[in-house]
Design a protein around this ligand. Structure first.
Ligand code: ATP
Ligand code: MG
Length: 463
């Protein structure tokens, strides 16, 4: 057979191990969130006794385990309810892309097993929702993940938790809401009535520190990578080594502890031994993520990317340099994402800086950018902002790490003069800009040439 760049096996990843580093994997336990989960459990407890759960709000920045904790605890409650034959229904609903109470109510009808009433007037939709809840009956826990997508259209957040008190639903129906959001401002801006009815309890997920992230990564690594095991220690200083057999009974840590015949709660994770990860890899991924936002999602991403880079280089070990490369790559991806989401004016300002860089201009000042900006805006028939307003867009590009703005010493009294430079390759910026349909007719090479020509003739005039 001819040699192929592909292979059915990996020297780095365990068979099926890569899945444990992907977004879709939900852990069954989150020891770093023990406190938060205990609080959530307290809110859910009445539900296990056949009443309603407390309405609860989980908040905290992105990647802090809010979704994972809610899913893990809900599934714990579900299995208890099943074992006790409780009349309990849980709905996990992601509000991504749902920006109105109307669409949310329609979606919930469907989730509760009723027809989607889309197209009917709001009141009818709500009536259908109450009817659907009556049909289901018993305790109904609705988790609304990324609830801030609703924006200011929060009518349903007022009426849903009160459905029982207001007698929209029957006496035997106990609805409650678990709201999850990483937008703390959104909650503060809620209508006071909605705020009151929504939150009996509020649980905040503080950012993970480097130690938390190291533990999270270690557990993932023990499943994802070949020859990787965890070291645990109890209060008496006894150490045990735990390796997870993905092909074994359940492939979970709990199962591995059961197999070892020890109580998991008595042991703390103290380290990881790995044939494929060099010693600095996990601490470095954790440190990078902790320095930034403390996001577990980000930390896991660094580890996944670092391993993929090592593998693509044909290495059998993941080293520190692969983590550095992964971090750089992830940062560039983030910048590109930021560029894609800019407004038209943001794109114009970026395009102008890019043209100047392509032309080899250094020490780019606001008025240089403004000249190119004006002709670009003209070219694509967009509104032309005043120079000062355009500069605000440049400053925003700096905050998004897309360009770097430096205050220059030569500023006029009272005002700041800036020079600007791209933080990415001009080709990366052009790739993003060319995908914006308004820029279809823009030829960046031609623009650059024109600008250079103009500069040349200006210089002649002044000489
Ligand atoms: N304590 C933990 N143990 C294991 N994995 C975790 C832990 N916390 C978070 N994760 C993992 O990190 C990733 C991000 O977590 P999650 O999606 O729960 O974050 P979130 O707080 O809901 O973020 P967002 O606000 O962006 O939705 C997921 O892959 C999740 O499984
Ligand atoms: Mg989430």
């Amino acid at each position: 057979m001819e040699s192929s760049p592909y292979s059915t096996t990996s020297e780095i990843f365990a068979v099926g191990g890569e899945d444990y580093l992907k977004e879709g994997h939900t852990p069954t336990t989150l020891p770093e969130r023990r406190e938060e989960i205990l609080k959530l459990r307290r809110s859910l407890k009445p539900a296990a006794r056949g009443a309603g759960a407390e309405n609860t709000f989980l908040s905290g920045k992105a990647g802090q385990g809010k979704t994972a904790a809610a899913k893990a605890e809900l599934s714990e409650l579900e299995s208890f309810a099943a074992s006790q034959d409780l009349d309990l229904t849980t709905v996990f609903f992601s509000c991504e892309g749902i920006s109105s109470s109307y669409t949310l109510a329609c979606g919930l009808c469907e989730e509760l097993g009723s027809e989607n009433p889309n197209g009917h007037p709001m009141q009818k939709v709500l009536d259908r929702l109450w009817a659907a809840m009556n049909d289901v009956g018993g305790t109904i826990i609705i988790v609304l993940d990324e609830i801030d997508n609703l924006g200011t259209d929060d009518k349903i957040l007022y009426s849903l938790p009160r459905a029982r008190d207001k007698e929209y639903v029957g006496d035997d129906v106990y609805p409650s809401i678990i709201g999850i959001s990483n937008d703390l401002q959104w909650r503060d801006n809620l209508d006071p009535a909605a705020k009151d009815s929504l939150y009996d309890d509020s649980i905040f997920f503080a950012p993970y520190d480097a130690n938390d992230l190291r533990d999270i990564l270690s557990r993932r690594a023990s499943k994802a990578f070949r020859g990787t095991s965890l070291r645990y220690e109890n209060d008496d200083g006894d150490e045990i080594e735990i390796s997870i057999d993905l092909n074994g009974s359940e492939g979970t840590l709990d199962a591995a502890f059961d197999d070892a015949g020890v109580d998991r709660d008595a042991y703390d994770l103290v380290g990881v031994d790995s044939e494929v990860l060099s010693g600095d890899v996990i601490p470095l991924c954790a440190a990078y993520a902790a320095q930034d936002k403390g996001s577990a999602r980000q930390a896991i991403k660094y580890l996944r990317k670092a391993a993929a880079i090592a593998e693509s280089e044909g290495q059998s070990q993941v080293e520190e340099e692969h983590v550095r490369a992964a971090q750089g790559e992830a940062e560039r991806e983030l910048i590109v994402e930021g560029m894609e989401q800019l407004t038209m004016q943001g794109h114009l300002a970026l395009a102008a800086v890019t043209v100047l860089e392509l032309a080899g201009h250094s020490g780019i000042r606001t008025r240089d950018v403004y000249d190119v900006y004006k002709s670009l805006a003209d070219h694509i028939d967009a509104d032309q902002l005043a120079q000062r307003r355009m500069r605000d867009h440049l400053i925003e590009l700096d905050m998004l790490s897309i360009i770097r703005a430096r205050k220059s010493a030569s500023g006029s009294v009272g005002g700041n003069a800036y020079t600007f430079e791209l933080r990415v390759e001009p080709s990366t910026a052009i790739e993003v800009l060319e995908a914006v349909s308004r820029f279809d007719s823009v030829d960046f090479d031609e623009l650059t040439q024109n600008w250079l020509r103009e500069q040349g003739s200006n210089q002649q005039t002044f000489e």
